[in-house]
Design a binder for this molecule. Structure first.
Ligand code: MG
Length: 158
C-alpha cells in the first residue's frame, strides 16, 4: 500500500468557467489558470503521482507549454492515471477536501465522484469528497480563491 497527498489553489476571477472535479458549476466567477484550473483534479493528480513516486503535476504537464493551454483537467487526470497504471499500481481509495466559501458544492458532489471514479477505474464509493468553507477567514474565506487537498492510496496491481 502506498499513500500520496496533493494540494492546489487557484485564484477566482470574473469571466472564467468554474470547473471542479470535472463538473462545470454555475457561479459568477471561475478559476484562473493555464488549463481549466480544476483545483480538485490537480490535487488528485499530485496525490496519484506522489503515491506512485512520480514527482508532481508541474513536471509532467508544465504550464509553460502551449499544448496544455485550456486543456481539460479530466484529460490531465487520464494521462496521470496512465502513468500510475504503467508503474503497476491501481487505486485503492481517494479522499478530497475542497476549501471554498461559495458556491454550495453539495449538489455537485456525486457528479464529481462519478467523473473521478470513471477515470481511476474504481467505484464512486471509493472516491470521497468533502467540502468546507473557511468561515470568512483569509484569501479563500474572502472568496478570492478555491483550494483542494487530496489523499490517495494505491496498491500494487500484480
Ligand atoms: Mg493547479
Amino acid at each position: 500500500m502506498r499513500v500520496g497527498t496533493g494540494y492546489d489553489i487557484h485564484r477566482l476571477i470574473q469571466g472564467r468557467k468554474l470547473v471542479l472535479g470535472g463538473v462545470v458549476i454555475p457561479f459568477e466567477k471561475g478559476l484562473l489558470g493555464h488549463s481549466d484550473a480544476d483545483v480538485v483534479l490537480h490535487a488528485l493528480c499530485d496525490a496519484l503521482l506522489g503515491a506512485a513516486g512520480l514527482g508532481d503535476i508541474g513536471q509532467h504537464f508544465p504550464d509553460t507549454e502551449p499544448r496544455f493551454k485550456g486543456i481539460s483537467s479530466m484529460e490531465l487526470l487520464a494521462r496521470t492515471f496512465q502513468l500510475v497504471r504503467d508503474k503497476g499500481f491501481s487505486v485503492n481509495n481517494v479522499d478530497t477536501t475542497i476549501l471554498a466559501e461559495a458556491p454550495k458544492l453539495d449538489p455537485h458532489r456525486s457528479a464529481m465522484q462519478a467523473n473521478m471514479a470513471s477515470v481511476l477505474e474504481v467505484s464512486p464509493a471509493d472516491v470521497n469528497i468533502k467540502a468546507t468553507t473557511m468561515e470568512g477567514l483569509g484569501t479563500i474565506g474572502k472568496g478570492e480563491a478555491i483550494a483542494a487537498m487530496c489523499v490517495v492510496t494505491l496498491q500494487e496491481k500484480y
